[in-house]
Design a binder for this molecule. Sequence first.
Ligand code: GLY
Length: 291
Amino acid sequence: MLEPTLLVHGGAGSIPLESQAAHQQGCAAAAQAGGEILLAGGNAVEAVCAAVEVLEDNPIFNAGRGCALTLDGGVSLDSAVMCGYTLQAAGIGGIGPFKNPVRIAQKLMPKKEVLLVGPQAEVWALRHGFEPVPKEDLVTEKVLAVWRDVVENGGTGNFAGGTVGAVCRDAAGHMAAATSTGGTMGKTPGRIGDSPLIGAGTFADEKCAVSATGEGESFIRSVFAGQLACAIRDGVGPKEALQALLIRVRDVYHGVGGAILLTVDGPPIPLCTTETMSWATWTPTEVRSGI
Ligand code: GLY
């Protein structure tokens, strides 16, 4: 069996040169946090959630603190977790200012329901011990400036980039994936992206785990993560399968982005069709990052 491995991403997009080191450092810190869970005997689900929690808490990423805002300036967060061993999965969509949406998805995962959205998802979260935080705790000055540019000047925002995610193979060879995002900057209130949708932005089974980032609508319409898992199951090489699907999402579904992929018997693979995508890997012997 191969060694335990964890791979995280900090979103596909165009990260300015001066911010690239911080994005890589943020990813490395998250990978380290997930790796520490594995070293302490934790499983793949616990590791991906710990890694994503660190990314949600880092304001340079578009998830949790630092999240993008809706057209009317609201917070609407999406997240999902999937366990490739039990095949349990959960997504939370369109919730207000909760500090760590990935933990709400993790809590939902053992339940029958797979997807909760909007105010009723918030009620469920409250009932299960999660407290919302003041919106101001999540909204940074930088985010407000980008939001104003998008809403008032028609700027592009470049803000699906910054979605975060993690995939893991633990010591037992079990796989897991988690993703979290504030979505696209200036999105229509009520919009749900690919991240909380199992088989679109997030998926894991006994062969692979995948977390996507980028223009969510294109990843939803192409059933991205599910198609990738099917290709791997059919024997297509993981890197070739990921590359081909990202190109298909770009050329056929007209959306750019990226994804991280880990298989049960191969190395971690980060790929994107954007200029940049920050990532980091953890193994028991090293943490590596790139962009
Ligand atoms: N890929 C994140 C989103 O579109 O919401």
